[in-house]
Design a protein around this ligand. Structure first.
Ligand code: GRF
Length: 213
């Protein structure tokens, strides 16, 4: 399930839908070392992340569903674009759409996502609002492999924090972003280094260099 380190540098394709601050964190901390972001694909034409990619000299392409017959056709075109760029890993960095089964299977074990909750709690959209509505006292961020469910793949890294009593959502979002901007690049870096592996007997058991030494 975990990708072999197949090329040098390790080639990453990033999928976005909006602001692209997680993309920026990857560009600022990883791009140009042993890791190269070889393409950025956006589901939204107006996404600020497209501009961030182009400013960094990285090819960026828009894959809007309305430009294709249906989601499967869009995902097939997106998959071909990523395959042409010989990506070792596909990173969903604020990509706000569900990818089709054929796309997930095509890149099986080579797709990761960052999600603003401690999965399996609060999957899907508006995770922070879901958590606040529930009244949790601890929140966090998860980086996980992507499977065919919604935010249901094996966990790679998680980080939690205690909520202050005053629940200012903007401050919480800002804090979550700060964690994401560390955790997602760290997970990509560990995968690129070959430090992430899955126990074949228990596919949900992900071993990382950080946890297992
Ligand atoms: C992040 O909070 C991510 O967890 C969620 O969408 C947000 C994207 O932010 N899936 P950005 O586009 O990376 O700034």
């Amino acid at each position: 399930m975990v990708p072999p380190v197949s090329s040098d540098p390790f080639r990453v394709g990033v999928l976005i839908s909006g602001e692209g601050s997680n993309l920026q964190a990857i560009l600022d901390t990883l791009h140009g070392s042993e890791i190269e972001v070889v393409g950025v694909a956006s589901s939204q034409r107006q996404a600020h992340g497209v501009e961030r990619a182009r400013q960094a000299g990285i090819e960026a392409e828009v894959f809007d569903r309305s430009d294709h017959a249906d989601r499967d056709a869009r995902d097939a075109a997106l998959g071909n674009w990523l395959a042409d760029r010989r990506v070792d890993l596909v990173v969903l960095a604020g990509f706000m759409e569900i990818l089709s089964g054929p796309f997930i299977r095509r890149f099986e074990g080579r797709i990761v996502n960052v999600h603003p909750s401690l999965l399996p709690a609060f999957p899907g959209v508006r995770a922070i609002e879901q958590a606040l509505d529930y009244g949790v006292q601890v929140m966090g961020v998860t980086v996980h492999f992507v499977d065919e469910g919604v935010d249901s793949g094996p966990v790679i890294l998680q980080e939690c924090f205690e909520l202050p009593y005053a629940r200012d959502i903007e401050a919480i979002e800002e804090h979550i972003h700060q964690i994401e901007h560390r955790l997602l690049p760290r997970a990509v870096s560990l995968i690129a280094a070959g430090s992430v592996s899955i126990d074949a007997d228990n596919p949900r058991s992900v071993r990382t260099g950080v946890r297992d030494g």
